[in-house]
Ligand binder design. Structure first.
Ligand code: ZN
Ligand code: ZN
Length: 340
């Protein structure tokens, strides 16, 4: 008697080439190896880097690729060596590390020379289910909502970045760019008691920041003057924002570059004369920065609410991508829950 396995079909989103999105069915059969887990998605955020991969603007991206790396889901199957239980709600640390290179050995896994990034140069998680090594997952405590949990990964970028500088009560901080990362930086700086000026070219984003954070000042790039801020966070990712950061930071101040401006013509003499420190900051330490994120997100007076603009059903991915690509919104979340 032959037993025919029932092959369950899953839906996954793929980019055949830049700008060619395709929703495809694929068989969910997969025998899990070693410490692998199969995760059923709950929420997934569309990141600026997903937009970059979509637009063909990320040099190390490979196609075809299944995008998506801001992932929250539930473990539904485990390999033999996996130490987590089925039913555990988890987030994914979507950048692999080798644990062997010089940087990994120093604990700087975020700059591992053998790093691969989910959804960029290996398949990501915009699918109903996906499989990953349990080295790259972190359980999420029950006191965090799904909406908070899906922000753990993008917020870890900010937790990592803001640790490069001193921000405490009364520190004057300018945040350039009020997209997702900028808004998360505002949330954290606000929580830490900073005097914040949010800078953007988009008046709606500025109004949103002002409405949600008591005491925050907002400004168009043309409205800020020289030597005003002890710390400047560049989260716009464009050359002119980096130049402006150098202009508006106080002598002896710090600039943290979170955005990925491809290039800028830097006024080196000013940097030297003002004795500015410029910090590059890339992703985070996993899972340490994820754990710190959870702690902040769980605080009652930590306000991440203005970060998420829309939650759309997974099947409305075209709308979701249009919205994300437009740059007009904050975070767009794909919802994989069945009861919608
Ligand atoms: Zn991201
Ligand atoms: Zn490494």
């Amino acid at each position: 008697m032959s037993k025919k396995a029932v092959v369950k079909k899953m839906l996954g989103l793929y980019l055949k080439n830049p700008k060619e999105l395709e929703l495809k069915e694929f068989p969910s059969v997969h025998s899990l190896k070693d410490d692998e887990v199969k995760i059923k998605l709950i929420h997934a955020g569309i990141c600026g880097s997903d937009v970059g991969v979509y637009n063909g603007k990320i040099p190390h991206a490979t196609y075809p690729v299944r995008p998506g790396h801001e992932l929250l889901g539930t473990i539904i199957e485990t390999g033999e060596l996996c130490r987590y239980e089925i039913g555990t709600r988890v987030v994914v640390g979507p950048n692999t590390f080798c644990d062997e290179c010089e940087y990994c050995l120093k604990g700087q896994k975020n700059i591992c020379v053998n790093k691969s990034s989910l959804g960029v140069n290996m398949d990501g998680g915009f699918s109903e289910e996906f499989v990953i090594s349990s080295r790259f997952i972190m359980p999420v405590p029950d006191y965090i909502t799904d909406e908070q949990a899906v922000l753990i990964e993008p917020f870890s970028v900010i937790v990592h970045a803001l640790e490069k500088v001193q921000i405490s009560k009364g520190t004057s901080v300018a945040i350039i760019g009020c997209g997702t990362e900028g808004m998360l930086a505002i949330s954290l700086a606000h929580y830490l008691g900073a005097n914040i000026t949010a800078i953007d070219i988009n008046q709606e984003k500025l109004a949103k920041a002002e409405n949600h954070f008591a005491g925050l000042k907002s400004a168009l790039p043309t409205d800020v003057s020289e030597n005003e801020f002890e710390v400047v966070i560049e989260a716009a990712g464009v050359g002119p924002a980096v130049i402006q950061a150098i202009d508006i930071v106080k002598p002896g101040g710090d600039i943290v570059l979170v955005g990925m401006a491809p290039e800028a013509n830097l006024p080196i003499v000013r940097i030297v004369r003002k004795e500015i420190t410029i910090h590059g900051s890339i992703i985070y330490s996993f899972p340490m920065d994820f754990e710190k994120s959870v702690k902040y997100l769980a605080q009652e007076n930590f306000n991440a609410e203005p970060v998420i603009s829309k939650i759309l059903p997974f099947k409305e991915y075209e709308q979701a991508y249009d919205d994300a690509v437009s740059g007009k919104y904050g975070k767009i979340i794909l919802n994989f829950k069945e009861e919608q």
